[in-house]
Design a protein around this ligand. Structure first.
Ligand code: TYD
Length: 236
């Protein structure tokens, strides 16, 4: 490693007191990318398309792993029971704790893949708790119970008129889930937008009301340069 890049990394090493081995590890680590939005915004559809796109182009942008919250782990399964109203919903403080516990469980899976150099895509993560549960539970406390959560390298936040998200849910869901009330989701979306503008994090807003192909193209327009070598350690 010579030239300006080497100089940059040496400076980075000195500032952060890390070894060359750790630098090599950081360079080879996968990126953690999260898709967020209100119910019906289309994150799951777009992640499905991305999965197909990646399968047709193996290794083009590196290896991808897809995951979601709630997870398929024990706490995630309980959450799914509650969300589908098969089990009575507890207080929102308890919900916040359950989502945080499920996330802690999720952590090992995500870290293992990132450490193997695989890019991990999660359908929802901490921002969901900050947008949904923080409407009725103290945000600082939610941050505290999630203090070990990973920082995504990039978040796609899907914004959509709530009425359109409602129409999509009617087409795709057999029954209404716990949080799927238009008035509530309006507040959630406002909170998402507020967080995107105040958190100073790499959050990319996607206008999700356009056709599926248009939305997918706008994701690729951000993702391809983000995951290519040149930008691996840059911003969005
Ligand atoms: P899901 O059926 O996966 O919805 P979607 O396909 O739209 O993602 O259900 C996830 C629900 O759980 C959704 O209503 C958002 C909610 N949720 C929270 O309230 N807090 C959280 O931390 C997470 C991860 C999800």
């Amino acid at each position: 490693m010579f030239g300006p890049l080497s100089f940059m990394w040496t400076n980075f090493q000195i500032r952060n007191k890390i070894s060359w081995q750790e630098v090599v590890f950081l360079i080879n680590k996968g990126k953690f990318i999260v898709f967020e939005g209100i119910d019906g915004a289309g994150t799951t559809t777009q992640l499905g398309l991305l999965k197909q796109w990646a399968a047709a182009r193996p290794g083009r942008l590196g290896e991808f792993f897809f995951t979601q919250e709630p997870t398929d782990g024990p706490v995630g399964l309980l959450l799914r029971q509650i969300l589908s109203k098969k089990t009575e919903a507890p207080d929102e403080k308890v919900m916040a704790l359950l989502f945080a516990a499920d996330r802690a469980d999720h952590q090992q899976t995500i870290l293992r893949r990132l450490n193997q150099g695989v890019h991990v895509f999660s359908d929802r993560y901490l921002l969901s708790s900050l947008a949904y549960q923080a409407l009725s539970v103290d945000q600082k406390w939610i941050q505290t119970v999630n203090q070990y959560a990973l920082e995504p390298d990039l978040t796609f936040l899907f914004l959509i008129p709530v009425e359109e998200a409602g129409r999509r849910r009617l087409r795709t869901r057999s029954q209404e889930e716990l949080y799927e009330k238009e008035f509530f989701l309006q507040q959630v979306q406002l909170e998402y937008e507020r967080l995107a503008h105040t958190q100073n994090k790499p959050i990319k807003i996607i206008s999700a009301q356009d056709g599926v192909d248009t939305v997918f193209q706008s994701i690729l327009d951000v993702l391809c340069p983000f995951l290519t070598e040149k930008n691996r350690d840059g911003g969005i």
